[in-house]
Write a protein that binds this ligand. Structure first.
Ligand SMILES: NC(=O)c1ccc[n+]([C@@H]2O[C@H](COP(=O)([O-])OP(=O)(O)OC[C@H]3O[C@@H](n4cnc5c(N)ncnc54)[C@H](OP(=O)(O)O)[C@@H]3O)[C@@H](O)[C@H]2O)c1
Length: 272
């Protein structure tokens, strides 16, 4: 799918992967709209993306705010041709120590913040017989990692939504895509690192980090080829293809890494 002259609306477009997607979409000739909460970050992103970029402040977890932002973007740039749901949050921690409110908030932002926007933009795309929606999941949406009990289910939920929606929209001209980014150097990852349990740190230590620009590049390349599932890098590609078959081996390997990290930190399973 070509982005020239398309209206590309990106939630979470003021930072990290969303901002990189916005920059690259604008460079490809798209009219870009950004939605996020902090007006100062939005203004900085608008300047960084350049061109006729539109920005509206909204909390994606509050449906009325999100719908108002999408309506304002459509007044500025016309109907949304490509919608990208990149707004998200992650607060890793031990299951026993994370308050239920964090589980609720993470689902509200990551899942419902995506769903509300899809409900707003998909009907008009169907009516026009064209358009694309891109859901940003995570490697943690392919496998449940230690320390990610509040986050993994929200990203698994996006996978279920994308698969069911893909099937429903198959012959309507509206393309559905889901991307599973690996660890990517962004403010969210820095924030996650503040609360990651030692076991989670050990599990994610060897994987390296992608840049937001590289994740955005692979994402938009997948969109151009109308791919359904995009997994940047071979480890997540292997997980997506063989995760089910390799489940027992992965559990054995990840459990061993977690056990060693816990022992090195002088912790016991009963500590959390
Ligand atoms: N970084 C990684 O390692 C990684 C790996 C896999 C998947 N992902 C996923 O990739 C997506 C982007 O993450 P990132 O790493 O690029 O994060 P980031 O740099 O922290 O950017 C997050 C963006 O989402 C916005 N946002 C957060 N909560 C929001 C809310 N309630 N309403 C509206 N906007 C909100 C933020 O702006 P405001 O704070 O101003 O609202 C910001 O624009 C997320 O869905 C994340 O789960 C990230």
């Amino acid at each position: 799918m070509q982005l020239r002259d398309q209206h590309v609306l990106i939630t979470g477009g003021s930072s990290g992967i969303g901002l990189a997607l916005a920059r690259q979409a604008a460079a490809a000739g798209a009219r870009v709209s950004l939605v996020a909460r902090d007006p100062a970050k939005l203004a900085a992103a608008q300047a960084a993306v350049g061109g006729p970029t539109f920005a509206a402040a909204a909390d994606v977890a509050v449906e009325a705010q999100l719908l108002a932002a999408i309506a304002a973007a459509e007044r500025a740039h016309g109907p949304v041709d490509v919608f990208i749901a990149s707004a998200g949050m992650a607060r890793p921690g031990y299951f026993a120590e994370v308050p239920v409110a964090v589980f609720e908030r993470t689902m509200a932002v990551n899942y419902f913040g995506t769903l509300y926007a899809l409900k707003a933009v998909v009907p008009a795309m169907r009516a026009r017989g064209r358009g694309a929606v891109v859901l940003v999941s995570s490697g943690a949406g392919l496998h449940g990692f230690f320390g990610y009990t509040p986050y993994s289910p929200t990203k698994f939920a996006l996978r279920g939504l994308a698969e069911a929606l893909r099937a429903e929209l198959r012959d309507t001209g509206v393309h559905v895509m889901i991307v599973y980014p690996p660890d990517t150097d962004t403010p969210q990852l820095a924030e996650e690192n503040r609360t990651k349990p030692v076991e989670t740190r050990a599990l994610t230590a060897g994987g390296g980090r992608w840049t937001a620009e590289d994740v955005a590049h692979v994402t938009l390349a997948g969109l151009a080829r109308r791919r359904f599932s995009v997994t940047p890098g071979w480890p997540l590609t292997a997980l997506a293809w063989f995760g089910g078959v390799l489940g027992p081996v992965l559990h054995w390997s990840f459990d061993r890494t977690a056990r060693r990290a816990r022992a090195a930190a002088g912790r016991k399973p009963a500590d959390h």
